[in-house]
Design a protein around this ligand. Structure first.
Ligand SMILES: [Cu+2]
Length: 251
């Protein structure tokens, strides 16, 4: 067998044949994939919905954690799907919120159930949405409706370490990065959008500079790698609901 390959003419034929065979394999595999893909997406044939993907990497970061970064798309053309209206949930359990970052739509409500066997007092002094849920115990819940877009830091007046952010956006096309910084926004109609990004350890101006126009085609859109600089981030303790320092823990 190897003797045949050593003759120049036959060797060329051999290479040629294997090339043809691999091309045929690639061709038929692609055909199969196309068929499978169109079978899967057939219900959306009349209103094609696409996935927008991307990845965020944080630079000059102490934490090196690219999770919990909000990415959303504001429609610049075409019809917009209605905002989400189902109530969202931000639990309190083990003196922590169930999520660090929660994305809500304008007009959406958030329930704050207390799953701890002691009281919490959830509040925010944000200019976007100021609220104070008062003291409430295990098994109880309070609800807040968010009517303006913006970032709302949420705290507990008893437990200074409790911290969450509710990011209210006026578009149903949004996503949160996973631990690898990957983002995936599904069911986005074709059209032009303004890309927006929010991250708790980024400078507002830096985030502003990441805003750009994105076109979603019938293949979706790949945002590529988006870099966020954390060098200007300084962690500062927040105040309680009266705007004062929390009492020093007794030791
Ligand atoms: Cu608390």
């Amino acid at each position: 067998m190897f003797k045949i390959a050593s003759r120049p003419g036959l060797r060329l034929l051999f290479i040629g044949l294997s090339l043809v065979s691999s091309l045929l394999t690639i061709f038929f595999n692609n055909q199969e994939q196309t068929v499978r893909a169109s079978a899967r997406s057939s219900p959306s044939y009349f209103s094609p919905m696409r996935t927008v993907r991307g990845k965020i990497s944080v630079i000059n970061s102490k934490q090196n954690d690219p999770s919990n970064i909000v990415v959303w798309l504001e429609p610049l053309s075409g019809k917009k799907r209605k905002n989400n209206t189902d109530n969202l949930v931000l639990r309190q359990k083990n003196k922590q919120f169930s999520q660090r970052v929660l994305i809500a739509n304008v007009g959406q409500k958030v329930d704050f159930p207390n799953d701890d066997p002691f009281n919490h007092n959830i509040f925010s002094n944000s200019a976007v949405k100021r609220f104070d849920l008062g003291l409430f115990q295990e098994g109880e819940s309070r609800t807040v409706m968010f009517t303006n877009p913006g970032v709302i830091p949420v705290y507990c007046n008893i437990h200074p370490r409790m911290k969450a952010f509710i990011v209210v956006v006026n578009s149903p096309y949004y996503g949160l990065t996973n631990e690898q910084g990957e983002i995936r926004i599904k069911n986005v109609p074709r059209g032009r959008y303004r890309l927006r990004v929010w991250h708790e350890r980024a400078d507002e101006k830096d985030l502003e500079s990441l805003t750009r126009e994105v076109r979603v085609s019938r293949k979706g859109s790949n945002l590529g790698i988006i870099e966020i600089d954390e060098s200007s981030y300084v962690e500062t303790p927040h105040k309680n609901k009266e705007g004062k320092d929390y009492p020093k823990p007794k030791s």
